[in-house]
Ligand binder design. Structure first.
Ligand SMILES: [Zn+2]
Ligand SMILES: [Zn+2]
Length: 264
């Protein structure tokens, strides 16, 4: 299996990212992709990717940080993205959810930063890894508007949540759909009207990729503790169950999907 989205580059793995990487690899995880959310965490993701053959990096400015991406951020990002272990531009997109720790960045500013990064992905011929929270309609509209510069395999929506219409829009544009440990949680994702298992049932297996978003979104039965890439196997097992497939079928197909999308 492949964990296509995690943050071993974040503070909570500062002391033991090596141990978490080794646990995942020893349990059969083939590759791990660390994702930046601003310039410094993108830089850290690139550094980690250079330490292990199995690690890759995705670099970008998250919508939360769109109001202060830093001086010359797009040039700095472009420099980082030229590293050969960088497999996509992300996590980029729009986020209209009001977090306790973080207000909503002005949508106009979020859109500008997102569009600049769509153009960067086009210049470097890299796929996009999209972050969407309660902003699916605007994201689909922006992507459609840039359809002429999207790749054939344009990217993936990470940690998908949203309506069936948003799912259809993403699939129609050629995007893959990422699921995390929160697929094991009971009920609806906050503010959404469709459950994640129902979204996964409606997504063809040849368009699904698996992720953890570690250290966040720990799957059951480990909820309440720190998430880590080894738990992507739990996500695979859960998807197998809801789609009435074997674990091996899900493992092999989602691994192939991630290899195809990211060229790894
Ligand atoms: Zn995200
Ligand atoms: Zn993330």
């Amino acid at each position: 299996m492949i964990d296509v989205h995690c943050h071993l580059n974040f503070e909570s793995f500062k002391k033991d990212s090596d141990a978490a990487i080794k646990r995942a690899l020893s349990q059969g995880v083939r590759s791990i992709i660390n994702v930046g959310t601003k310039i410094d965490s993108s830089q850290k993701a690139v550094e980690l990717s250079e330490e292990y053959d199995e690690l890759y990096a995705i670099v970008g400015v998250h919508p939360h940080h769109a109001d202060k991406p830093g001086e010359n951020w797009i040039q700095n990002l472009e420099e980082l993205a030229k590293n050969k272990k960088v497999v996509a531009i992300g996590e980029v997109g729009l986020d209209y959810f009001k977090y306790l720790s973080n207000g909503i960045v002005e949508p106009k500013v979020q859109k500008e930063v997102f569009e600049k990064q769509i153009e960067l992905a086009h210049r470097l011929n890299l796929p996009l890894q999209i972050h969407n929270r309660h902003a699916g309609e605007d994201i689909i509209e922006i992507l459609k508007h840039h359809k002429n510069i999207l790749r054939d395999a344009p990217g993936m929506f990470h940690c998908f949540a949203g309506s069936m219409e948003i799912l259809r829009g993403a699939l129609d544009l050629g995007f893959y759909i990422g699921f995390d440990g929160n697929i094991t949680y009971k009920g609806l994702p906050p503010g959404e009207s469709v459950s994640l298992p129902d979204i996964a049932k409606a997504t063809p297996i040849d368009r699904i990729v698996t992720e953890t978003d570690s250290p966040f979104l720990t799957p059951e039965p480990h909820r309440g503790t720190r998430n880590e890439p080894a738990y992507v196997i739990i996500v695979g097992n859960f998807i197998a169950e809801i789609k009435s497939l074997t674990f091996e079928e899900v493992r092999d197909q989602t691994t192939q999907n991630a290899m195809d999308l990211f060229g790894i």
